[in-house]
Design a protein around this ligand. Structure first.
Ligand SMILES: Cc1cc2nc3c(=O)[nH]c(=O)nc-3n(C[C@H](O)[C@H](O)[C@H](O)COP(=O)(O)O)c2cc1C
Length: 367
């Protein structure tokens, strides 16, 4: 029977298990959004036993970046700094996709020389971000992208994908989740456009699907995944019919033969679960013909059940990977998990809280 430890074919890759590392923003970059190569090489290669590592969200352009010390992959310096990271993961026989990110309306002006951020329409979202100049800056009204800007941003995704492959990544994950730019186009709370990119569901999906098509054409669909979070209402984003909108997106994604679809969803009985909508991953599973990764609050036990019941092909774990570089080995041995010491260390620029969590082997040596 297929279980968490069964190998899986994902696009063009044969992976050793179905326990994937979910994307986790962890900062640790230099000025100019250049990742701290040595530190990130250590952090990711320590987690190389995951069936697949999906990196932290990585910006495709300066206009798309509004997270302090988060990395980018839009220029040569950033690309070069990622190379040792992918080498270190490959040396340990791991596989690593990079998550490609444009924050759209959630970029605050401090990051973009006081300019207005870009979005589908001029709908302001809710939230505040730490910036290079201030502890907190509140989100401002964004500017609706022109048709030329739509094409330009799509091309930026393509260029970033090309650079990602050149930097040695096995593939890219298009970040269409968590209320960022692509999600702002998909949902009707933020998409009030009257042109071919707004209005009907088909039109709201166009920006996303064109990115998928262009990136797939450039690097091959077997190297492209997509992440969605249909019911996530982060930054006050919402949709008038989540199930209809995202069901249609998933149906349309079948056209591409992608490496995977990655669905982030709160679990029933948790704070962010919307009772009136229910748990929609099983419904999307019925519609999607390719490989489906589930994520959101899974434990080894619930993930095993999910795989055994064929609700998903793989399960991504986020928080558990923060403090457990050897999560796979711990699952195999049914060992206790480390808990992250302090969430104030999630987004600092230092090694502490990043690469200082002991593996089982290290603990045994010091015992
Ligand atoms: C510190 C932290 C950073 C995160 N960064 C990202 C990110 O860069 N991109 C993304 O899509 N999700 C991000 N997430 C969400 C996780 O990928 C994951 O969906 C979430 O933690 C739920 O999975 P879990 O219950 O296994 O932790 C982040 C979550 C945490 C806790």
């Amino acid at each position: 029977m297929t279980d968490l430890f069964s190998p899986i074919q994902l696009g063009e890759y044969q992976l050793p298990n179905r326990i994937f590392m979910a994307p986790l923003t962890r900062a640790r970059s230099l000025a100019g959004a250049v990742p701290k190569a040595g530190l990130k090489a250590q952090y990711y290669s320590e987690r190389a036993s995951a069936g697949l590592i999906i990196t932290e969200a990585t910006a495709i352009s300066q206009m798309g970046l509004g997270w302090l010390n988060a990395p980018g992959i839009w220029n040569e310096a950033q690309q070069k700094a990622w190379s040792p990271v992918t080498d270190a993961v490959h040396e340990k026989a791991g596989h690593i996709f990079i998550q490609l990110w444009h924050m759209g309306a959630t970029v605050t002006p401090d990051f973009i020389e006081g300019k207005q951020p870009l979005s589908a329409s001029n709908v302001k979202l809710e939230g505040e971000f730490r910036t290079p100049k201030q502890r907190k800056q509140t989100l401002v009204e964004p500017r609706a992208m022109t048709l030329d800007e739509i094409k330009m941003v799509q091309d930026e995704f393509v260029i970033a994908a090309k650079r990602s492959i050149a930097a040695g990544f096995d593939g890219v994950e298009i970040h269409a989740a968590n209320g960022f730019l692509i999600d702002q186009f998909i949902r009707d709370k933020t998409n009030k456009r009257k042109d071919q990119y707004g209005g009907s569901i088909e039109n709201r999906l166009r920006f996303c699907l064109e990115i998928i098509e262009k990136v797939s054409k450039e690097i091959g669909a077997g190297k492209v995944g997509i992440r969605i979070s249909p019911t996530n209402t982060v930054w006050g984003l919402s949709d008038s019919d989540y199930l209809k909108t995202f069901s249609r997106l998933v149906e349309r994604l079948n056209e591409f033969n992608l490496a995977y679809l990655h669905v982030l969803e709160p679990k029933p009985n948790t704070d962010h679960f919307i009772e009136t909508i229910g748990y929609i991953t099983p419904k999307l599973r019925e519609l999607y013909k390719g490989t489906l990764i589930a994520n959101g609050g899974y434990t080894k036990e619930t993930a095993s059940k999910s795989i055994e019941a064929n609700e998903a092909d793989a399960v991504a774990f986020g928080s558990p990977f923060i403090a457990n570089p050897d999560l796979i080995e711990r699952f195999i041995e049914n060992a206790e998990l480390n808990t992250p010491a302090d969430d104030s260390l999630f987004y600092t620029n230092e090694a502490e809280g990043y690469t200082n969590y002991p593996t089982l082997n290290q603990l045994r040596k010091t015992a």
